[in-house]
Write a protein of this length. Sequence first.
Length: 699
Amino acid sequence: MPLFSSPSSKCFWITLIVFSLSYYLLIAKSTTFPTSPPPPKLCNKNPYKQLNLVLNKNGSFRRGSMPPESPPAPDPNLPTKVLSKDLPINKSKGTWARIYLPRETLDQNSKLPLLVFFHGGGFIFLSASSTIFHEFCFNMANDVVAVVASIEYRLAPEHRLPAAYEDAVEALHWIKTNQEEDDWLRYYADLSNVFLVGSSAGGNIAYNAGLRLVATGSRYDLGIPKIQGLILIQPYFGGTQMTGSEMRLANEPHLSLCNNYALWELSLPVGADRDHEYCNPTVGDGPKKIEMIRRLGWRVLVTGCGGDPLVDRQMELVKVMEMKGVKVVGHFTAGDYHGVQDTDTFKAKQLYEVVKNFISSRLETPYSQSIHNSKKEKEEKTAMSDHSEEHMKIIRKPDGTLTLLRKPESRSLPQSDRTLSITVLSKDLTINPHNDTWLRLFLPKQGTNDNKKLPLIVFFHGSGFVTSSAASTIFHDFCVNIADGAAAVVASVEYRLAPEHRLPAAYDDAVETFHWIKSSQDEWLTKHVDYSRCYLMGNSAGATIAYYAGLRIASGEVGDLEPLKIQGMILRQPYIGGTQRTESELRLENDAVLPLSDNDLMWELALPVGADRDHEYCNLTAVDGWRVEKVRDQGWRVMVSGCGGDPLVDRDRELVKVLEEKGVCVVSDFEEEGCHGIELTDPNKAKTLIRLIKHFMSS
C-alpha cells in the first residue's frame, strides 16, 4: 500500500508524524555545550501552546491538524494482502485493538507469532487508526508474517502516565480472556510466542508495560499469552541531563528539543521531572527492574539511528541491559531521523526484516557489532571500501600487503630571506638522514627584531598517518599563520608515513624530534625560543601523534629532555578510532571529508599488521591509566578542540572525559558546526582556532 499519494503530502506528514504540529521553533545555537543546559530560550514556556493544544470546555484538548485515519478492512473478499478489524477492550476508557491478519494464513494450519504493538506520538498525539500506523502495522504483518494487535490507549495530557501503561497491561489480559471468543486470535495467533512492540513513545509503553508485568509476578501471571520479549523501535526515553546526541540534534525538525521538553511535561505525573522512572530507565531502581527481564529469559531488540536525538539514550539502555545479563540486540543504522520507518517504505522494509530475524532467533549480532549487517549493506560497504582504495590509490598485493600510490600535491619551499616582504621566516633542518625525517622551522619576523623569546610549538601534520608532508602547502600555510597569530616559533615535523612505516614509527619520530631539539645548536632555536614553554600540537592524525608522544615523554620513558620543559598539548580534532562505532560516526558515515570507509582503510594502513582499532595506538581511551596520570603529575595542560560535523567528535569528547577523570587540567572547545580539518580550508575558522591557542598558552 502506498504511504503517501504525492511528494508534497509526504513532506507534510513527515513533520506531523511525531508530534502533529504546524510549526517548529528554532533553538539558540552555542559553540559550547554545558553538561545540562537550561531549556532553550525560544521554547514556549507554556507546553500547551508549544504543542498547539487547545483546552475544550469538557476538559479534553483539541489537537491541531492531525494526519488522516484509515478504517479496518475485515472482508476476506477484498483484494488486500492483510485483513484488519477493530475489537473493543474497555469501552469506558475508549480503548480497543486493531488486529491485522495476513491473508495467506487463512489457507494454512500453522499459527503465527503475535506482535502487540503500541503506536508513537509522544503519548499525546495520534491513534492506532492513524493511517501512518495503520499502514505500518499492515506492512509489518505482511512482511514479518505475524498477527499484529495494535492497541488504542489513552492519551496525555487528559490521561497522564501511567494511564497508557495500565491500558497496555489491560490489553494483554484482554487477549488472554478473549482468545477463545475471537476466531483470528484463536485459530491464527500463536499465543505462546508473543512480543511487545512499540515505536517511539510506543516503545516506551512496551518497555514499561513489560516491567509492570514482570514486577507484579504471579498476581498478573498471564500464562497465555506467553511473552517472549520486547521489540523497541527508537524508544522514547529522556532525562534531566542531556546527552551528546540531544545537544547536537537540538534543532532536528522531527523531534526538536522544545517539543521533547513539552511532551514530557504534559505526559509525566504532575510535578515529576525527566528523571522519573517512566522517562529515564537507567536511574533509580530502573537497572534492578531490568534484572527481572533477565530472570524471565525475555529477549530484547532495540533499534535506532544516528540522526535521532534519542540515539544515545537508546544505546545506553542496551548497555545497561547487557550489564544485567539480558539477551539484548542493539541494531543502529547511520543517519536518518526519529520516526523514519513510518515515512520511508524502504527503511520500513529493512526494519521488518530485522524484526522477522529477531523473532525467529536468527538475529544474534553482539551489540558492539550491531551496525545493520544485511547482505545489501555488506555489498555497499565492500563497494565503498573498493571506492576508497581506488580514491586513495591503494594496491592490494596477492600476499595481502598494501601499497599506497600517493597523489601529487602542492608543496611550498621554505623562505628564510629576511629581505622578503613576509611576516614569517621558515627553513628546513635535518633530524635523522637515515629515516629521512626533518622539521620545518617557522619564525615570526617580528621575533627577530627584539630580544623577547617565544614559546615553541612542535607541530605534527594530519592526513591519517599515510599522506601529506610538513612541506605540503596546506600545512605550510597553516603553520605560517600559527607562528604569526600566536606569536610562537613552530617546528613542523616530517615523520615517516604508513603503510611503509606503520605505527609506532611516527610516534618514535616525534620523540626523537624532541631529543634533536634539545641538543640542537641552531641559532633560531637557541636565540629565539623559550625552552621553558614548549607545547606538542597536531591536527587530526598529528594530534594523535602529539598525544601519544606526550604520554611517553610525561611517563619518563624517553629520558631527560632538559632544558626543554613541556607545558602541555594542543590537540585539534585528534584522530581516534575503535571497533565499536560512535553515534557521530554512524550519523556521518558518508561524510564528504572523512567517510567511514576511508577512515577504516587508513587505520588498516597505519596500525601494526593484525591489530584492530581497539589497539592503544588507535583507541586512546584504551591507554594505560597510569600514563595519563603522569600527564597530570607533570602539571601539563591539555587543549582539545573539535566540531560537531566531524565523524570523530564523539571520540574527541570521550578523550576529554578520560583526561578529566584522571585529574588532568583540560580546556575543551567544541563548535556545533564544521567538518574534519575545516581550519585548513576556512581562514575564519583558522583565525578563531589560533586565537584560542594563543590564549591557552598565555593563561
